[in-house]
Write a new protein. Structure first.
Lengths: 195, 231
């Protein structure tokens, strides 16, 4: 069973409120590349119930104080990383409140909003994060809530415009005419982002 | 699009010193402004430079490559050149990358057409790390029309704007050497490593994973780590 299936089942059984955050959250936009890991926001009050369910199916628990994350590790399957305070400076409650439900192969998943996905990935700033943001922008640039993005970027002290323009350089090879798309997206980012 | 030429290398050389105005570049390399504009346009298309308000700077890809060993940079320029002529195809029904590979292998076997699975698709077959988003492969330039014809017969169409392709074919004069992985012909690990560097983003992550088995080292310009099973 995939890590994602284990996570969803554990949340269902423990009635935990969650929102997927990492590359799995991209699934709401497009079937794109993912690693095996699962990253999720979970309400702090639900953590103990979730921990119980994970331990029943062979995961062991570790707390990483530096990154403030709860790691559920499986020797063969990999890691499920759970955050209960903030991700990239955004409170977990806010991420969960703004999350939406998608259906993937008959299974309901809660994913953070595309705007929050962009913000948490911009703060993380790794290659994989920037590549994922490029895919979100390619699909949704005109549909994003730019007021929310601009306002939250200001609160988080993120250079939104500069960050997004850097991401656009990581468009995947499956995009038709990347130079043209890069140029178009850069122009729109310049128009839409304020900082 | 052709390979990088002397003039483009000269422009990249001067940009290492920092952002330059087009007029300055024109006098540094000793060619008219119109020629510099054209060359800058070509470099921009290949994601080597950024242009803003007539000022040119190295892209993050160029900065990353300048930090690598000479043999790696030469390798990246070589594979990048071979990935320029690409055909993007979309399946009529949503189906996974495994299905696209199956179709490519079937056509190759039934029509005796050569192919080599490359980039993120080959990376996954080698490492099992990041799932690919499409089937990416080299084909021979002379077989291009035949491939398109057989793929169209199987319901594929040319990609439209706003979509991500399901099959990406690079047409080249000669298909790179391959290794069979469970009956699928893939380019070498070394080549996948170079392709990932050329593509940046998640491609760089593929290169990082592959570099472990090649004992290659990538000098990163942004933080990156392998956090799960492979790490």
């Amino acid at each position: 069973m995939l890590l994602l299936d284990d996570f969803i089942l554990a949340c269902q059984k423990s009635n935990a409120k969650y929102a997927l955050v990492g590359a799995w959250a991209l699934i709401q936009i497009t079937r794109y590349r993912t690693t095996h890991d699962v990253d999720a926001a979970v309400l702090k009050t639900d953590l103990w119930k979730l921990r119980e369910k994970f331990e029943e199916i062979g995961y062991f628990y570790l707390y990483n104080p530096r990154l403030e994350k709860h790691e559920f590790k499986h020797t063969e399957k990999g890691d499920i990383d759970v955050y209960t305070e903030k991700i990239g400076g955004i409170p977990i409650e806010q991420l969960i409140d703004r999350a939406s439900t998608i259906v993937l192969e008959g299974q309901s998943l809660r994913c953070v909003s595309p705007e929050d996905l962009i913000l948490v990935k911009l703060v993380a700033g790794r290659e994989r994060d920037m590549a994922d943001i490029a895919v979100v922008l390619y699909h949704l640039i005109e549909k994003l809530d730019w007021n929310y993005l601009n306002e939250e970027a200001r609160k988080l002290d993120i250079k939104l415009k500069e960050g997004l323009i850097n991401c656009v350089q990581r468009l995947p090879i499956t995009v038709p005419n990347p130079p043209k798309v890069r140029k178009q997206l850069t122009e729109r980012i310049n128009d839409l982002s304020k900082s | 699009m052709k390979n990088l030429d002397d003039l483009e290398f000269s422009i990249l050389f001067y940009l290492q010193e920092g952002t330059q105005r087009i007029r300055t570049l024109s006098s540094l390399v000793g060619v008219p402004m119109s020629t510099v504009y054209r060359k800058i346009g070509e470099l921009e298309e290949r994601n080597w430079v950024n242009v803003r308000n007539r000022e040119v700077s190295l892209s993050e890809k160029a900065v990353l490559l300048l930090k690598q060993k000479f043999e790696v940079v030469v390798g990246v320029i070589h594979v990048e050149h071979q990935m320029l002529n690409k055909i993007l195809l979309k399946a009529s029904q949503p189906s996974g990358w495994e299905q696209q590979i199956k179709v490519v292998v079937e056509i190759s076997e039934s029509e005796s057409l050569d192919y080599a699975i490359a980039a993120e698709t080959a990376a996954y077959l080698y490492t099992g790390y990041q799932t690919p988003s499409a089937c990416i492969a080299y084909i021979r330039e002379k077989d291009k029309k035949t491939w398109i014809q057989f793929l169209k017969e199987r319901g594929y169409r040319q990609n439209s704007e706003g979509e991500l392709a399901d099959i990406v074919l690079f047409s080249v004069r000669s298909v790179p050497q391959t290794i069979s992985l469970n009956g699928v012909k893939c380019v070498s690990r070394k080549r996948v490593f170079l392709e990932g560097l050329s593509l940046m983003g998640r491609g760089l992550l593929d290169s990082l994973v592959i570099s472990k088995s090649l004992e290659e080292r990538i000098f990163l310009t942004v933080p990156e780590e392998l956090t799960d099973v492979v790490a």
